[in-house]
Design a protein. Structure first.
Length: 169
């Protein structure tokens, strides 16, 4: 169920959605200079896979599986219980971002590798009645890109027929 964003509290958007793990970037398996931005089709897979896991955790209330997919620094800083607490508003309000899986992400800036070797992915999915924004940092580990931080926000889409205010949900 994709609930209206109007149920999201300001506190949810301001506080509970931003999670950053302490970066133990020295644990990265490959030097930053050797990392390359994956091709666009792989970037889309990475984004959708991580958002699908995030969504599964929120819709089921079970954060153990998602926790196991995170980078070691992220897992060390945030237990599954701490993730459950941090994203409680998503679960309690039954926010389901699964519609993003049927769309291509729109990157707000080109994917890049930062000086620490993390892949930076920022953008949005223009779903209705709400758009889903994401900001991810990922480290290469075990042949994969694993989250070291994630920010997800769900915002109402302005409805031009109502003078720009969010439409009826």
């Amino acid at each position: 169920m994709f609930l209206p964003v109007t149920k999201l509290s300001a506190a949810l958007r301001a506080v509970a959605l931003f999670l950053i793990a302490a970066l133990a970037l020295s644990a990265a398996t490959t030097p930053a200079a050797a990392q390359r931005v994956p091709p666009d089709n792989i970037i889309e897979i990475i984004i959708k896979r991580h958002l699908a896991s995030f969504n599964d955790a929120n819709t089921t209330g079970n954060y153990e599986v998602w926790h196991a997919t995170l980078s070691r620094p992220f897992r060390q800083q945030f237990t599954a219980e701490r993730l459950k607490t941090a994203f409680k508003p998503f679960h309690d309000q039954q926010i389901d971002i699964a519609p993003v899986l049927a769309q291509a992400p729109l990157l707000s800036e080109p994917a890049r590798i930062d000086k620490e070797g993390a892949l930076i992915l920022k953008g949005a999915f223009e779903t209705r009645p709400s758009r889903v924004l994401f900001d991810m940092r990922l480290l290469p580990a075990e042949g994969d890109w694993k989250l070291i931080s994630i920010h997800v926000d769900v915002l109402p889409v302005a409805d031009p027929s109502t003078g720009g205010s969010p439409g009826k949900r």
